[in-house]
Design a protein around this ligand. Structure first.
Ligand code: PCA
Length: 213
């Protein structure tokens, strides 16, 4: 059995749910071999809970998932930056502004996931997906960077990455807005395709997923 750890986040920013954790929990219920852990939406605690989970489960693949409200599709993050700049306080009230995730760490890490192959496979399953070049500067980027730093330092061969999912239709309906959304079931299916693809593919597709801006 190949060991895979998936994480999702607790609700934040006044939301009652976080579709990232809902999707991870749904997939883990379908695939009991997956380890699933909910991370607090807190800068300090999220990285600590993630480290403990990696040490406990000893996975070969780690995929962290977060909510990106306003994005229309599943986005596979390519780069984590060593910067926290919080527009809103986290769930513990912390609001770091322009501080590094890891003091003295490299400016950025690239994901180890074959993001282009994963995005293509998810689209083939009928779910919109693309490659993203920024995970923002809030808790998701923080966890992504902390994950890549952790794996770079003492976990040879373990691959990690980050995925953002849109709001769920229920969140948008409750808010009374017209923001884009994707059903949690579809997000869970996308994560399943992603895990299968990431386990299978070690060399990413030689096609562009670049952005002009
Ligand atoms: N999304 C936020 C933090 C937690 C989450 O699910 C982010 O994109 O940083």
């Amino acid at each position: 059995m190949r060991r895979v750890l998936l994480t999702g986040f607790a609700p934040f920013g006044g939301e009652r749910v976080n579709p990232s954790w809902q999707a991870v929990a749904l997939l883990a219920a379908e695939r009991p071999s997956l380890a699933a852990v909910e991370l607090p939406c807190e800068f300090t605690a999220s990285a600590e809970v993630l480290r403990t989970a990696v040490e406990e489960h000893r996975p070969e693949l780690v995929v962290c998932v977060g909510q990106a409200g306003g994005r229309p599709d599943v986005t596979l993050e390519r780069v984590a930056v060593n910067l926290a700049d919080a527009r809103i306080p986290d769930n513990a009230g912390a609001r770091p502004i322009d501080v590094p995730v890891v003091a003295g760490g490299p400016a950025a890490y690239f994901t180890a996931l074959p993001v282009k192959a994963c995005a293509a496979a998810i689209r083939r399953a009928g779910i919109p997906a693309s490659v993203s070049h920024t995970a923002g500067t809030y808790v998701c980027n923080h966890v992504f960077y902390a994950l890549m730093h952790l794996l770079a330092d003492g976990h040879p061969g373990v691959r990690g990455g980050f995925v953002h999912v849109p709001y769920s239709p229920e969140q948008v309906a409750e808010a009374g807005t017209t923001a884009p959304s994707l059903a949690v079931e579809r997000c869970a299916a996308a994560l399943g395709v992603l895990v299968d693809t990431a386990l299978e593919v070690t060399v990413d597709l030689a096609v562009t997923a670049g952005a002009l801006h």
